[in-house]
Ligand binder design. Structure first.
Ligand code: HEC
Length: 122
């Protein structure tokens, strides 16, 4: 083998061993889960089953307002202390649903999370 040929072969070997990074290495990881925001769509069934028999439109049994729509529910959180009304200890006056029992803690948490996430409709 001539010295010239050896250089060419070595050169080719060096060149081919320099594998370049592919785009796969720098692509964003699309599988990472972004946490879902709680929306009115998850809160509505809770209010429907625990509140709307009184907070209907028109309201029944002396309830002062409706909780039937997204706007009703959002306004009640913003201006009528809805979060407080569901957090009162069981048996204490002012607890909603009126007359108890208190909502399960996980549904109370969900309504609080709805408020933290910005009172979104959907
Ligand atoms: C059995 C009927 C009844 C049910 C069920 C009920 N409420 Fe009420 N609610 C009332 C009555 C009556 C009042 C007004 C008197 C009072 O505050 O105790 C009221 C008042 C409220 C108030 C205060 C409004 C204001 O401006 O002072 C909020 C907030 C409220 N309810 C939220 C709820 C929520 C949330 C639920 C369901 C988890 C619920 N209520 C279930 C009858 C009910």
């Amino acid at each position: 083998m001539s010295p010239k040929l050896i250089f060419i072969v070595l050169g080719l070997l060096l060149f081919s061993s320099c594998s370049s990074n592919t785009y796969d290495d720098v692509q964003e990881n699309d599988n990472e889960q972004t946490p879902e925001l709680v929306t009115y769509q998850e809160v509505r069934p809770i209010l429907n089953s625990a509140c709307v028999q009184c907070h209907s439109n028109p309201p029944q049994n002396g309830a002062p307002m409706s909780l039937e729509t997204f706007e009703n529910a959002r306004d009640a959180v913003l201006t009528r202390g809805l979060l407080n009304s569901i957090s009162i200890p069981d048996g204490d006056p002012g607890l909603m649903p009126l007359g108890g029992p208190r909502l399960p803690q996980n549904t109370i948490d969900l309504i609080f999370q709805w408020e933290e996430d910005g009172l979104l409709n959907n």
